[in-house]
Design a protein around this ligand. Sequence first.
Ligand SMILES: Nc1ncnc2c1ncn2[C@@H]1O[C@H](COP(=O)(O)OP(=O)(O)OP(=O)(O)O)[C@@H](O)[C@H]1O
Length: 981
Amino acid sequence: MRGSTAGGGRTAGRRPSPSAVVLPGRGRQVTRRGDRRRRIEESFDRFRRAVANFLGVAANRQSAASLDHARLMFELWLRETGVDRLPTDETLARCLPNRSLRPVLDRAVAERDEVFRPWTTRGPERLADLVRRTAPGAAGDAPRDWLGRPGTSDGTLEGGGTPQLWRVGTARVDAVPDSAPFPVAVPLLDGAHLHISSTPKSRITAETMVESLLLRVFSHFQPGLVHLHVWDVGQLTGSLPGLYPLARAGLLTVHDPARPHDLLDELAEHIRRIHTSVLVDGRPSLGALSEETGRRKEPWRVAVLFGNRSALREEQQQKLQRIARNGLSCGVVLILVDLPVTVNSAVESLRLGDDQTARCTMTGAHVTVTPDPPLPRELVPRACGAIADEMVDRRSRVSTFADLLPGERWSYRSSSGVQAPVGHHDGEPVYVSLGDTAPHALIGGPSGSGKTNFLYALLGGLTARYSPDELELYLLDFKEGVSFAQFAPGRKDPSWLPHARLVGVNVNQDREFGLALLRFLAEEMRRRANRAKLHEVTKLEELRAEDPEGRWPRIVAVIDEFQYLFADRDEVTHEAAALLEDVARRGRSQGIHLVLSSQDVSGIEAFWGKPAIFEQFIMRIALPKARRVLTETNLAAMEIPRWHAVINHDSGVPYGNEVARVPDSTSRGTFDRLQVEMWRSRTDSREPTLFDGSRVPRLRDLPDFQSLGPDASASGRGPVALLGQVIDVAGSAARLPLERTPGRNLAVLGSAREDACRVLSAAARSLSEQWAEKARFTVLCFVDDAERQASELARFLTDRHGPAVPGGGEPITDPSRLPEVLAEVAAGVTGNDKTPGPHYLLLFGADAALPKLEERGTGMRTGLDDLKAVLRHGPERGTHVLSWWRATSRLRNALLMGGGLDDIGAFVALDVHGQELSSLAANQVISWSPRPQRGLFFDRAAATGPQVLIPCEVDLDPAGGDAAGPVGAPKENAGMGGLVP
Ligand SMILES: Nc1ncnc2c1ncn2[C@@H]1O[C@H](COP(=O)(O)OP(=O)(O)OP(=O)(O)O)[C@@H](O)[C@H]1O
């Protein structure tokens, strides 16, 4: 229409077509019709062509869309099924020849490879490395490297440790079939239980897998550290026949298939025992305990239960679940094969299929595990035989002192306690542990039963494990002899035990020394408690954690033949019992431990009368034929052979018995050698303080004497006379301060001449040390027997102080001169001269001059009057009388009337009984039973009560007199004996 309308408008200007020109009339009509038709036909042609074109395009589009759709569907399918399934999925595999799907497949494979590249390049190797580290030695190596060789690890870190993983096979990630295989290992022992399920076709594989795993364990640990229990529901003889040789050495128990409850009860009982007697300190597990203490206290018990894919009876199932729940912390490990059970604790599962491969919880669902090939059949029993032989050998071997020592010295920490083996039982070490649970030990055994040897074994094991910063020893031996002398330096052997801070030998008559030690421990306990309080903690272990820079060693105080401490019903016994109770009760939390040993505990009344003390000694050690150390119903000590001991950490009840054979630890080449080795590695050169009750100490060795300085007045402290040594842990001197105050005079009482001379000489010698030339000393001696000592003293003093010592180097021995000397001194101290220098009158045997003193001179004054005047007025003017009276009564008679006695403020009583002294000590009751070479020093002005005094040997050689003995000079040790190398 548009064409015609438009055409009508345009024809005027157009040239006419030939037909329109040639045909006139009707002919013109025909021509027009034909035209129209042709045009119509042409239009239709065009239309048809357009339609055909359109339909062709649509068909093309449809087939392209179909192909796209097919590819997408294929990709979806591929992604859903997984590229890795191509080789095994038949339907998927059928699509592979289709070339149009190839790009989809190639892309999916490329993407997978890209995603897994980090894993394929490093993953397997990293896993292999991890297994190498966590499954060392037999736990992960190839069997040729360990099969047939019994294990050596003792479970401690230094002894080979406990592997975290144990190898079972190799694996590949399913999605990456071309990547390298990697080893698969599972946790066991302290780590997890193992649950294996198999099909009937793969049951054998499960069994060989368990066999290999167990052999790895047995070949890692030394025989005895793992005990195996096997129960098999289906077989009377049990599975794992290759392991049977282990039964010969008691390492394998095969349980009755009909009685699974026996095994379950045994395991449950074991768990209970570990909780009640081993994990009592709040340690969560044996593993944690051994990490902390450095030793595996209890062997592992591995129980393998083979089932038949049906569950145990309900009650047994519950028991099994309980064991699974609580076992790992107590060293009980379950390996369950085809035994359905759900457990609420760490368990690794391994599911074996018919194709002999497995899925494992360790590796996850997308990894195929191929178990390692079984161990060569004939080698398994042979390897187990070698392990059993080693076990039998270990049991029968008599252990030596060297077996008690660790591989590395001083590598243990004493935070939670100290422990060391003291012997062996069946080749296994038997330990003594001192800690918060069993803080103190009591050792009993008749004479010759080996107590001293036992103490050496114990101390050897302890000192080799703990450094002197972790453990300090205070060692006291009441009996006469040499037993502890080894620990102090001696003439022949200069070494000492670096851990020893105090060694007391031959203490028997000096029970006060035991008391001094207990006082020292009580004081140390208080110091530690105060420090703990500052840190708001209560126990040493916590204090050590709070104050890591501090030095807080555990203290072990050993008192051999401690019954001497309670020998009499007297003040010493009374105080010792009170102190012992205090230390025993409170020492546990402050890291202070007592080890008491005695021939016969039953004789110690003070001990038995105080069950509270006795109860604190939870650790009991009974040597053969020991009485009363264990409970009355426990007769083990009566039955053990010599050189054995019953070690009991349970207060002596039979249940806690462990019997150990104790090695010889005192003969040459044992403890002595260890001591020299440790002495050479010491970092602290302080010697232990040595107290030897049989030895006369030397004044110059006393630290108090060595610290005296010249010119006492300049020091501001005033002069002090050292009279001898008192019995304390520091080896202190008996100090008599001689300030210018009334009463500062001394009387030595008794007929023991040697001791009296030593006391006066020590006083003069120490005063001389403080005054250089300034002081006057007047030495008077009226007893022939004492003239030698008085002369030596006079010569020494003259040598040092010159004309200030009258007599020209000799004492005044003529009694008739005494009144004259006293008159002169009395005039001096009562006269106007306010500053007479210090003057010391040393009167040996004053009582011998009494007749002369009582004679009346001119003016009716007696020498006694002058003596009283000097005693009264002298001290304030620096003049002091240090006198020796052979009889107390003579002193009293001479000075009681008219004063004088009160002006003597200090006494040393030698062979004088206590009752004689009370009149001199303001009627105070003084208990003192005289004993050789000991005196009682009593200073009324001092806060301390009477103290036992040991008179010292005084070096009065003028040549050596100037120099005090050097601090730390090797001491003579008269007691050293057979242990010297
Ligand atoms: N386990 C042992 N192996 C070998 N010899 C030992 C053993 N134990 C002790 N002896 C030896 O037995 C003797 C006595 O031992 P020890 O001195 O230790 O006994 P004791 O109980 O302390 O005796 P006492 O109370 O009389 O001093 C010593 O000669 C010692 O060497």
